[in-house]
Design a protein around this ligand. Structure first.
Ligand SMILES: Cc1cc2nc3c(=O)[nH]c(=O)nc-3n(C[C@H](O)[C@H](O)[C@H](O)COP(=O)(O)OP(=O)(O)OC[C@H]3O[C@@H](n4cnc5c(N)ncnc54)[C@H](O)[C@@H]3O)c2cc1C
Length: 376
């Protein structure tokens, strides 16, 4: 049968693997001109580890994972060190959980795509008409095609979700934060550390592929065109303007540079949908059930949902409505569990008040003392 997937990232590449492996003809359309680079290290955890094992890529993911960083200083708004952060203190779901850069995982997923999958970059779906004979799809370049299933794996601002299920505001809930990332230029030395003031965390990280700047800012929803990069840069600059210490002025310059590599900005949001299936159209990954960056579960859910969708659809003879109950039963409880993690991550990553910030830093200091004493 013919399957069209919109989006070539974690969810779309995983879906292409599974549908092709189960014998279907797969076409992937991706708006960018290749796999979109950038992003901080992401987690492959819980049920995604078994999915990765079945995809035959777990060993490679493990080989290329981020090795634990040395402890990093935690700074206050003046740049003075107030605590230390060692990521080993934060227990994972299982001992096997891995953290890997987004670019490396993208490449590994791409290498696991069976022969015969057609990729169309700089391409996008313009219209979807679902009927008895399948889904008639019009593409942005004017071409058309007919598919038995259309899978929206096109992220938080999903195009397929908008075309088949309705406007974004019905499904996407702002989780109170914005995130920005950028590769930092090599013209100076960057000190790895994390600086927090209430509602704002700014960090320099290096996962082995060069220093990267991160901003996590608490903010009510801001109206802007999420495709307008100049508007994004202006917003970041405004959010960072609260701090003038440490390396923040240099980071502001890096974020403001239109030529900077690895630039990424988005709201930290969740997608909540009563059903991820409508007729012969399904949405997976962030498009259907974004758990918000603060959960650390987005990639896991993207990989797991792709596998379950391909299996249930194939088992039900390509009848999506028939597969729907089994699909939701296998995925819904896990999505709820993963989305709940975001509420736990927020006060640690971006404490909202001075009191919460001091509490968090005291917790880091207590962990450091215990670790120094017992090594655990
Ligand atoms: C550049 C980038 C950096 C990221 N950095 C981080 C990070 O640091 N930490 C983190 O937790 N998460 C990050 N994410 C999000 C993370 O990848 C996802 O939360 C998670 O992996 C789920 O993946 P997904 O495939 O559902 O969505 P995404 O990874 O968002 O992928 C969606 C894909 O769909 C494509 N697309 C969008 N619209 C269209 C369209 N109209 N037609 C065709 N294709 C389209 C996009 O170009 C993208 O390739 C980042 C995403 C991107 C795109």
């Amino acid at each position: 049968m013919d399957v069209l997937i919109s989006g070539a990232s974690m969810a779309g590449l995983s879906a292409a693997h599974w549908f092709a492996r189960l014998g279907h003809r797969v076409t992937v359309v991706e708006r960018a001109d290749g796999l979109r680079p950038g992003g901080a290290p992401i987690d492959v955890r819980g049920r995604a580890l078994a999915t990765a094992r079945r995809m035959g890529i777990l060993a490679r993911i493990d080989d290329e994972k981020v090795r634990f960083f040395d402890p990093a200083p935690v700074l206050d708004g003046t740049g003075a060190q107030v605590a230390t952060l060692d990521l080993r203190w934060f227990a994972n779901e299982t001992d096997e959980d891995v953290e890997i850069t987004r670019d490396r995982l993208n490449r590994i997923l791409m290498s696991a795509i069976p022969d015969g999958v057609e990729f169309r970059f700089k391409a996008s779906i313009a219209s979807i008409a679902d009927g008895a004979g399948g889904v008639e799809v019009g593409f942005a370049d004017g071409s058309q095609g007919r598919y038995d299933l259309v899978v929206g794996a096109d992220g938080l601002h999903s195009n397929v979700r908008r075309l088949a299920f309705g406007p974004e505001k019905e499904y996407v809930r702002h989780f109170g934060h914005y995130v920005a990332l950028v590769d930092l230029p090599a013209d100076r030395h960057w000190h790895r550390a994390m600086l927090s003031v209430p509602g704002l965390t700014i960090a320099v990280r290096d996962a082995g592929d060069g220093p990267q700047g991160l901003m996590l800012a608490a903010s009510p929803e801001i109206g802007y065109d999420y495709r307008d990069l100049d508007a994004q840069r202006a917003l970041i600059d405004r959010l960072l303007s609260r701090v003038d210490a440490w390396q923040v002025p240099a980071m502001r310059a890096a974020f403001a540079d239109p030529a900077a590599k690895g630039f990424y900005f988005d709201s930290v949001s969740q997608t909540h949908m009563p059903s991820w299936i409508r007729g012969n159209v399904a949405v997976i990954g962030d498009a259907g059930h974004c758990a918000a960056l603060l959960s650390g579960m987005g990639t896991t859910l993207a990989m797991v949902s792709a596998e379950i969708l391909a299996n249930t659809w194939t088992e039900h003879g390509g009848r999506m409505e028939a597969a729907s109950a089994a699909y939701h039963a296998q995925l819904r409880p896990y999505v709820a569990q993963c989305q709940a993690f975001a509420a736990e991550g927020a006060p640690i990553m971006v404490p909202p008040t001075q009191e919460a910030l001091e509490e968090r830093n005291a917790m880091f200091r207590a962990y450091a003392a215990r670790f120094a004493e017992t090594g655990a």
